[in-house]
Design a protein around this ligand. Structure first.
Ligand code: 0CM
Ligand code: SF4
Length: 316
């Protein structure tokens, strides 16, 4: 039986970023050092496959610190935690390791610095997302105003328009965020902030790669989880860049083959928390149905690496 030809455009960079790689290593090294069970507050990264794999090795995932026994180590997820969380762990004399991505910690430090300088903070982010909760939780309750859209900016009720600063979530849409920043600067010309926003290199590079290939793709699949902010943004970016069908899939079993009928090309990328094995699984599923030619679309090279915390590099 002959299979129809298909060009598969593979985005590069795609998949794991340095912060995810480090966070997963932290859980694995903690299990090696202290043995099972090691507790993890929140999904270490937003991927079921990764979480299930670590659970099999002895990690126990919980949402709150009070679900952990005080005599077992606990790890905080890559997304960051409010200041109250490590404070409570210390009070309970727990061993804890913070797997917050260093690029998220950088935003925490910025927010605290602005606050110390007497500036009121505005955060651009998604309400309820753990990173937003963690960053807002660096300052006392009520000190950070959240905006999600340019419309929200019009409704901001600030203490002093001359004493304002902003930070952002690291995994937002570059284009949406630029609009919100522009709205903030238009209404509050004195607002202080990062050069553009706090979106990380991995989010930026994955969105740029999708933008470059989307116009040439009959359809686009993003491997990632429904609770993964950066993965969901890749779907939106692809659709906006001109791809008629852009869909998030957790793995090959999620692919809606009927919706893909008649395509001659497909774009494939993966969020920062999606492991390579799932991308390979999707490529194999296409190879089983099509005569696939893979073309890699490279828009950036990445060589970022973050060290794991010292406590894990030392012998037990
Ligand atoms: O923040 P997001 O929902 O994109 O998290 P993730 O676990 O999918 O990706 C990595 C990160 C961070 C912070
Ligand atoms: Fe860090 Fe960016 Fe990866 Fe989040 S997506 S873990 S901020 S490198």
């Amino acid at each position: 039986m002959t299979t129809p030809p298909l060009t598969l455009y593979l985005a590069a960079p795609r998949g794991f970023c340095a912060g995810v790689d480090r966070a997963i290593k932290i859980v694995e090294m903690a299990l090696e050092k202290w043995g099972a069970p090691v507790y993890v507050r929140h999904e270490i990264v937003h991927n079921k496959f990764v979480v299930d794999g670590l659970r099999d090795k002895g990690a126990v995932f919980v949402e709150e610190l009070d679900e952990c026994p005080p005599d077992r180590p606990v790890i905080f997820s890559a997304h960051g935690v409010p200041k109250a969380v490590p404070a409570e762990a210390a009070e309970r004399e727990m061993v804890y390791v913070d797997a917050t991505c260093p690029l998220v910690s950088k935003v925490h430090i910025e927010a605290a610095r602005h606050h110390e300088n007497g500036l009121q903070m505005v955060m651009i982010g998604h309400a309820g997302h753990p990173e937003t909760v963690g960053t807002m939780g660096q300052l006392p309750e009520g000190e950070v105003l959240l905006v999600e859209t340019p419309e929200d900016v019009a409704h901001l009720d600030v203490r002093d328009p001359e004493k304002l600063a902003f930070v952002t979530q690291t995994t937002l849409s570059l284009d949406d965020t630029a609009e919100i920043v522009a709205a903030l600067k238009a209404r509050f010309p004195a607002i202080v902030g990062p050069h553009k926003e706090d979106i990380c290199y991995a989010t930026t590079n994955r969105q740029e790669a999708v933008k470059a290939m989307a116009p040439d793709c009959d359809a686009l699949l993003v491997v990632g989880a429904p609770n993964s902010s950066n993965s969901k943004r890749l779907v939106e970016v692809g659709a906006r860049a001109g791809c008629r069908y852009a869909q998030l899939v957790q793995r090959a079993a999620d692919i809606d083959w009927r919706a893909l009928e008649g395509i001659r090309s497909i774009g494939l990328t993966a969020g920062a928390s999606a492991p390579d094995v799932l991308i390979e699984e999707v490529i194999d599923a296409f190879r089983a149905r099509y005569d696939v030619t893979v073309e890699t679309v490279t828009t950036a090279e990445e060589n970022v690496e973050f060290k794991v915390p010292r406590v894990l590099r030392e012998p037990a």
